[in-house]
Design a protein around this ligand. Structure first.
Ligand code: PLP
Ligand code: COI
Length: 345
């Protein structure tokens, strides 16, 4: 894998969501019952045993968060403590030893500082995406948790996750489920995404941005998209997002529930969203770290495309939420207490 080109040669305005081998990543090892301190390394290739549980049995979890360049040139992280917390929970679900949460946040800061040239300039819309990843390694063959683990955090500059960016795109529903009723849907584990590749590919080939999964027990309620949570906005100013034990507890979602209520004066609701009751929504979107807020033009279900506000224009409340959220992330709007952590370079 070729190293990323120098930051000075990157076309910041036209970044996609693609892997880049940046100069530095953080790497820590768990052995003999404890994590080492970890360190920055230039080698982006992992050297692991063929018996690694992360390869065979999906003993692998990850996170996704971003660093934002502000107008004054400093660098913001958005709620990295929440990613650390969620990773602790994902680790518990897969019997993996969590990396200490304070050290997780410190390591994220180290990786951003070491690759600071690659944090896109303010105003380009780009951000530095960080991918903390933990996998079970070592010689194993039975279905048991590993004795050894690797925790790494690598990074790359990214632009829009869904091609439209703030332009609405259409989503489709799928016959397939993303997660089982009492499975791993609420954990950020690799296996959830392996199973989503086929439905995701089918959706993309049919011209849709992503799949909207329905609840695995009854197939009547919206769960979430393949890489983001769902929200809808009703005519009477309710911001509604599905409540389910099998969806990922999105940090963006909880942030928007708060902002919808406290900054936009909407009623914030976590509840059922029935797929045959989409008429109640004037606007809809997908929300997540990678997706940010991606307006949904329409959702295809049983060969019928339900269009919300417009297939081409971003709806007004969605736009306000987008401005509030990204304003906070890029340091232009005052953040609720504790949401922004600075990276010292
Ligand atoms: N749902 C899924 C399946 C995801 O992969 C993501 C991305 O992390 C989200 C939702 C959004 O979560 P967050 O806002 O914490 O990034
Ligand atoms: C994120 O938003 O951070 C995600 O993890 C989504 C996707 C790239 C898996």
């Amino acid at each position: 894998m070729a190293k990323a080109k120098p930051a000075t040669e990157i076309d910041w305005e036209n970044l996609g969501f693609d892997y880049m081998d940046l100069p530095y990543r953080f790497l820590a090892h768990y052995q003999d019952g404890q994590w080492d301190e970890g360190q920055l390394t230039e080698d982006g290739t992992l050297h692991i045993s063929e018996g690694s549980t992360g390869l065979h049995y999906g003993q692998a979890d990850f996170e996704g968060l971003k660093a934002y360049r502000t107008k004054d040139g400093s660098i913001n992280l958005f709620r990295p403590d929440q990613n650390a917390k969620r990773m602790t929970k994902s680790c518990a679900r897969l019997l993996m030893p969590a990396f200490p949460e304070d050290k997780f946040v410190a390591a994220v800061k180290k990786v951003v500082a070491a690759n600071a040239d690659y944090v896109p300039p303010y105003g380009t819309g780009g951000t530095l995406y960080l991918r903390p990843l933990m996998i079970g390694v070592g010689g194993n063959i039975g279905v048991h948790p590993a004795d050894e683990y690797i925790f790494t955090i690598f990074a790359m500059p990214v632009g829009a996750y869904y091609k439209g960016g703030l332009k609405p795109t259409n989503f489709t529903t799928s016959y397939y489920d993303r997660a089982a009723p009492h499975g791993t849907g609420q954990s950020k584990v690799g296996g959830n995404y392996g199973g989503s590749l086929l439905p995701g590919d089918q959706a993309h080939k049919a011209g849709y941005s992503d799949v909207i999964y329905l609840d695995p027990a009854t197939h009547t309620k919206i769960e979430e998209a393949g890489s983001a949570n769902f929200f809808g906005i009703t005519a009477d100013n309710e911001f509604v997002t599905p409540k389910s034990d099998s969806i990922l507890p999105s940090i963006t979602k909880y942030s928007l529930l708060y902002l919808a209520e406290h900054r936009l004066g909407l009623k914030a609701v976590e509840g059922d969203v029935f797929i045959d009751d989409l008429d109640r929504f004037e606007e809809a979107g997908a929300m997540g770290t990678a997706a940010v807020i991606a307006p949904i033009g329409g959702i295809e279900y049983k060969d019928n495309l339900h269009v919300f506000y417009s297939e081409t224009e971003v709806a007004p409340i969605t736009k306000k939420l987008y401005n509030e959220l990204t304003g906070i992330q890029f340091g232009d709007v005052e953040a609720p207490e504790g949401w922004i952590q600075k990276v010292e370079v």
